[in-house]
Design a protein around this ligand. Structure first.
Ligand code: NAP
Length: 247
């Protein structure tokens, strides 16, 4: 896919699915602005890999739950590249436990990063995308937001909320050549799923018709398609990349 001359902001681009998305867009020639809230060394590794793949890339520190930091992220992209064509809201966290033992703080932090963070980033780029009469927003939801999952009331609420926000903003921006879609990964091999106990992993695996976990690269291909010119007439959709799990 050709992203020559396009600028993409990818949140949580330092590792996992976000890193694969950065690399996929960079291979297509996009300028990448990636961020994470924690490990700057991991962000730098992605940045260097994007430049090796052919794009220009910047790595910044930004907590997506903080409006001032999100504004600074978008300002950086504008100062460096003069436009923002693609926003991928990929940053996400889990704080799993059954409802009876779930701490209020764990509910709040998951909602702040996954749901409010997506809201803040969309809000920060929308004016520019409308002005450009061009934009592609791709939000990372999850199979858990579509089906629910024991132990993930907070995460499921955040990812179902992402679907609602995606469809609502798609309706607001469709007439301005700005599309808003979501990708809902199933069980993908990253740090996030590495933390899941083996018994829970085996149970999840049994519910995947494809019979295997997905890779970050497989998710990145779907994100890149929705971020491309080829997807100009697709908006408000949720594309499951899950080996058939959510059927
Ligand atoms: P991951 O390996 O844990 O990576 C998460 C990324 O988000 C990291 O770069 C992390 O960097 C960043 N991040 C976390 N909190 C942040 C914050 N407040 N501000 C900015 N960046 C932040 O996760 P992943 O598996 O690649 O998941 C990526 C996305 O796909 C998430 O939205 C996740 O919910 C979704 N998803 C994943 C799966 C799966 O099976 N892996 C399935 C469905 C959906 P720092 O920690 O350094 O900040």
């Amino acid at each position: 896919m050709d992203f020559t001359g396009k600028t993409a902001i990818v949140t949580g681009g330092s590792r996992g699915i976000g890193r694969a998305i950065c690399l996929e867009l960079a291979r297509g020639g996009a300028n990448i602005v990636l961020c994470c809230a924690g490990d700057p060394a991991a962000a730098e590794t992605t940045r260097a890999a994007c430049e090796a793949a052919g794009g220009r890339a910047l790595a910044t520190r930004c907590d997506v739950a903080d409006a001032a930091q999100v504004k600074a992220l978008v300002d950086t992209a504008m100062q460096e590249f003069g436009r923002v064509d693609i926003l991928v809201n990929n940053a996400g966290i889990t704080r799993d436990s059954l409802l009876l033992t779930m701490k209020e703080a764990d509910f709040d932090s998951v909602i702040s990063t996954n749901l409010k963070g997506t809201f803040l980033c969309m809000k920060a780029v929308t004016r520019q995308m409308v002005k450009q009469r061009y934009g592609r927003i791709v939000n990372l939801s999850s199979v858990v937001g579509l089906r629910g999952n024991a132990g993930q009331v907070n995460y499921a609420a955040s990812k179902a909320g992402v679907v609602g926000m995606t469809k609502s903003l798609a309706k607001e921006l469709a007439g301005r050549n700005v599309t808003v879609n979501a990708v809902a990964p199933g069980f993908i091999n990253t740090d996030m799923t590495a933390a899941i106990p083996e018994a829970a992993k085996s149970a999840a695996l049994a519910s995947i018709p494809a019979g295997r976990l997905g890779s970050a690269e497989e998710v990145s291909k779907a994100v890149a398609f929705l971020a491309s010119d080829s997807a100009a007439y697709i908006t408000g959709q949720v594309l499951a990349v899950d080996g058939g799990m959510a059927m």
